[in-house]
Design a protein around this ligand. Sequence first.
Ligand SMILES: O=P(O)(O)OC[C@@H](O)[C@@H](O)c1c[nH]c2ccccc12
Length: 255
Amino acid sequence: MLNKIVETKRQELQQLTLPEENNVERFSLYKALRSPNRPVGLIAEVKKASPSKGVINDAIDPVEIAREYEEARADAISVLTDETYFKGNRQFLIDIKKSVRIPVLRKDFIIDEKQIEESKRIGADAILLIVAVLGAEKTEEFYNKAEELGLECLVEVHSEQELSTLLERFTPRLIGVNNRDLATFQTSVENTGKLAKKIPPQCLFISESGIHSSRDMEKVKSFGANGVLVGESLMRAETPAKGIASLYGEVTVGY
Ligand SMILES: O=P(O)(O)OC[C@@H](O)[C@@H](O)c1c[nH]c2ccccc12
């Protein structure tokens, strides 16, 4: 499936038009995750659909969801901008950036340098670089390019092998362990435990995907994650605030 997504992205990039620069205030994702609002930081994701789950919640207004995430003290927002497989849109990020004052991560399949420039222009504070897509060498190349443009990076690995080839080349400041196997879509938070011990202590690290309960949260906290990246379970919650409260085992007051 990952190859299919990347192939589609390659075709879409032939029509890529770089937008005007969206002059926005920048917020640091690294800083936010170094001193999160809760013991385990939260990157809350705006995700309408996914290849593994189909439509998750198509009725939502992305800006409204992002504002409610911010109100519920998420530390950052992740915005899917892939249209074909996730029903995302780069316009969602442009609009969300105008409405929140916390870091915004662009969640997409970055396979070409042009997309790094594009991410900067739409106002992203950070971009996702997927080692399974880029390999360690290109990940480092894009990481440096992003830094030149003033963008931060969440460097995502799934397997121990990806992590070790990455660390042989360079040590990113922020690593994401994806609990989802992008080939089979199977998720297990145990994957975070498997990789956690191999992540250098100076790195910030995030557990991504398949976090649906306070039990999952407790587990990844015990593995030493600085934060989590959560989409589906928040997008399916009655309200973002209730979804976040239940993940952290907090009682929501009032109605
Ligand atoms: O919806 P979940 O299981 O909470 O997962 C969120 C996020 O980790 C997931 O959307 C994701 C992680 N890495 C990605 C790369 C591309 C697209 C999506 C992703």
